[in-house]
Design a protein. Structure first.
Length: 161
């Protein structure tokens, strides 16, 4: 069971959390983690924290809780051209829950539902998805997906204002 954050931790915690989801061993499937790692080199506002969420959504409960905003980055299979960008709010994802879009969506939605039940759901949740080309063994992003990483970073940073 995740440990409840103390009131002191909640006050010190940056108000915005950016979580990169994915498995970096599976090429484009790891795009969220690649984006978060690329953002570590940038000049982030003080109120922003970056987190490599890997593939274990349920382990994120303590990190997600009591934030003003959580931005999740992940590969999303929406049936469009590789590199297509998607932007979902929490309400959009809830409406789409019948249709699996992301390899992590089911456990991510369950984690968000648990945070809601525990009363620590972030005030705002945004998900930026990137349509993958290659979900197979490999450490590098495909050119289609790699080419949109700077645009995703720009969009995410604009949400941190």
């Amino acid at each position: 069971m995740p440990r409840e954050a103390s009131s002191r931790e909640k006050q010190r915690r940056p108000s915005i959390l950016i979580v990169g989801m994915g498995n970096i061993l599976m090429s484009d499937e790891g795009v969220g983690v690649h984006i978060v790692e690329a953002m570590r080199d940038g000049n982030l506002p003080e109120n922003v924290e970056l987190l490599d969420g890997g593939t274990a959504s349920a382990d994120l409960l303590d990190s997600l809780g009591h934030r003003d905003k959580v931005i999740i980055l992940d590969a999303v299979k929406g049936g469009n051209e590789p590199g297509t960008l998607y932007r979902f709010s929490r309400d959009d994802v809830a409406l789409q829950s019948q249709k699996l879009l992301s390899l992590h969506q089911v456990s991510l939605l369950e984690t968000l539902a648990m945070a809601d039940l525990l009363g620590c759901l972030p005030r705002q949740i945004l998900i930026f998805g990137i349509e993958p080309r290659k979900v197979d063994w490999g450490l590098e992003l495909s050119p289609d997906v790699a080419s949109v990483v700077p645009r995703v970073i720009e969009l995410v940073l604009s949400e941190c204002q």
